[in-house]
Design a protein around this ligand. Sequence first.
Ligand SMILES: [Zn+2]
Length: 188
Amino acid sequence: MENDKYSNFAELIYWSYSNLAMAHAGLERNHLKYNKYHYIIRAKLFKGLKEGTMNIRSIIDDEKIKLKTGQICNYCGSHEKLSIDHMIPRYHIKTDSAENLIYACQICNSSKGKKDLFEWMHSKNEFLPIFIIRRYIKLVYYHAEENNLLALSMQDLKKMTLPYKPEFIPISYPPPAILKLYAKNKNE
Ligand SMILES: [Zn+2]
């Protein structure tokens, strides 16, 4: 897998997070493709994260978005047959924090099944909304930090049973023209 090329888990997460920030910047400004400006954002953030002068932001911004979007499926925007989805399966994490909970519709829930979120995204061959990817990357990062996994190599991680699959963490994102920030209410 291509994700093997990162020196440790932290670097993989930082790279994905930096690409995500680049995608977000492009989307916010309605750019169709990435340009030099976006690559600078990505490079600066990646360098800052690696050197410890920048950090992965708290999930508070994402919580605000969750409140704003209201009761819709955070994956597809449907408002039918909603239930609570534990992004990282409940039995894997000690605290059942609200940060891990989102609304999901029955169709998305059963399509996702027991798959890791990024594994599911990969199998659908379609990117999930940026904000839901960001939330998940943060959850993975917090878990890895709490469990001292950040310094481990991808080879080490492979030998472990984790509540997520590092090999599916996205390391590149499609152009902003085909991404969306969050799932929109389908009735709007
Ligand atoms: Zn859905």
